[in-house]
Design a protein around this ligand. Structure first.
Ligand code: AMP
Ligand code: MG
Length: 402
């Protein structure tokens, strides 16, 4: 059987970022990856700029205790400056204003003693360049500020706005189809009849997709019949990614693998050496849409999403491989035996020494334990006893660990 790492490699090896599309620059592109290089259209600052409120002077004329004549004009931000500072003069200036020709320092207000016609400075030596940001100090026109593949943060949005980019090319969010399968399923707004259960996976997967910056589209529930499955899969294959839950194991009504094969999906693997999630299948349609068929048990679907689909969505969005694993010491001993590597729900606490406490867990149908956890710990198959203090690999499962 395939190991987890092998499965991950098979999935990501066949994926390349979706073609960049032009998109307005706004908070909706946070987390997107750039599909073009961004060059500065101007120097920044575009003129030498005062960084303090004070007096523009020639540094060599402005010795402490020496009076300078007060220039009658005051310079403020937004005033186009077209004059040279007369010799022996200090010119009142505000933060953000262009420096007048000839001046090479700004002495802050708090160091100045003024009369109506003169100013004197109470400070140490006044150096050339003091409180002035030279033209182009931050960046020069034509300089590359952001590059293809950079992820958009609020700061990067600030850069895009500063250089006049109101729209730019980004790799789009993958549109992800969700299909639930199972005769026993009713939707969350319905009351299950005898032997029925609510379809919790579709909503949960939608949230996981959104959290991974994909665009979920729930297509509905298929019955466990070839006809019903085929009809809904057809639609799913028109999106960028298709996720199916349930019907992928070995029971008589687990028809998903058979129907996928009949529809020409190339099955790249079926079954992984892991717990939960062993029956997972991955394939590709003839036009290249990746298809993930996850076991229906909610914890299995959740674990498979984190291990396999999240990295796949990241690759489609143009991102680089994430390093999400965190080592942590077990706060208590754990006896756990399985013939397969197991991902066990746990509570992770970051600190000088990261600590992790395994959750009480009743297996792949036990969503409640998972909802009270914030991580999965990797338990290798060959061990059945884990000591307190032993360091284990953890995979965070919530967006922000606090
Ligand atoms: P399956 O993978 O179809 O054999 O389903 C395994 C278990 O998961 C069964 O107990 C199903 O009832 C349950 N299950 C399947 N699909 C869902 C779903 N969408 N939401 C919640 N539970 C599900
Ligand atoms: Mg089923």
């Amino acid at each position: 059987m395939l190991e987890i790492e092998q499965a991950r490699e098979i999935i990501t090896a066949g994926l390349s970022p979706l073609n960049p599309v032009i998109h307005p620059v706004s908070s909706t592109i946070l987390g997107y990856f750039l599909g073009e290089d961004i060059l500065a259209d101007l120097d920044s600052p575009p003129f030498p700029k005062a960084l303090m409120d004070g007096f523009a002077v020639r540094a060599n004329e402005a010795a402490p205790g020496k009076a300078l004549a007060l220039n009658s004009m005051e310079l403020s931000a937004g005033m186009a400056v077209d004059f040279a500072l007369p010799p022996g003069c200090a010119c009142p200036i505000m933060t953000g204003a262009p420096i007048p020709f000839g001046a090479n320092a700004v002495v802050p207000l708090e160091f100045a003693k003024t009369t109506s016609t003169q100013v004197e400075f109470i400070t140490g030596e006044i150096n050339s360049g003091w409180n002035i940001l030279p033209q182009g100090a931050e960046y020069k026109s034509g300089e590359k500020l952001l590059q293809t593949g950079d992820q958009i943060t609020s700061q990067n949005i600030g850069i895009l706005a500063a250089c006049g980019k109101t729209s730019a090319f980004f790799h789009p969010a993958p549109k992800v189809a969700i299909v639930a399968t199972g005769n026993e399923m009713v939707e969350p707004n319905q009351t299950p009849g005898p032997a029925q259960i609510r379809n919790s996976n579709a909503t949960m997967l939608g949230a996981l997709i959104s959290e991974s910056e994909g665009m979920p589209k729930y297509l509905g529930r298929a019955e466990d019949t070839e006809k019903s499955l085929e009809g809904i899969f057809q639609e799913a294959f028109t999106l960028d990614v298709a996720i199916i839950t349930g019907g992928v194991s070995t029971g008589r009504l687990d028809l998903v693998p058979k129907v996928l094969s009949q529809m020409g999906v190339e099955i790249l693997f079926h079954k992984i050496n892991m717990k939960p999630g062993k029956p997972m299948l991955f394939g590709r349609t003839s036009r290249g849409t990746p298809v993930f068929a996850l076991p229906g048990n909610p914890v299995s679907a959740f674990v498979c999403f984190h291990l396999f689909i999240r990295p796949a969505l990241l690759a489609l969005r143009g991102g680089k491989k994430e390093q999400r694993e965190i080592p942590a010491a077990l706060t208590q001993g754990l006896d756990y035996h399985s013939d397969r590597p197991t991902l066990h729900p746990a509570c992770l606490k970051l600190g000088q020494v990261n600590q992790v406490t395994p959750a009480t867990w009743f297996g792949s149908a036990d969503m409640l334990s998972l909802s009270r956890a914030n991580a999965l710990i990797f338990l290798p198959a060959e061990k059945s006893s884990f000591a307190q203090g032993e360091v284990v690999r953890c995979l965070p499962t919530i967006r922000h660990l606090v």
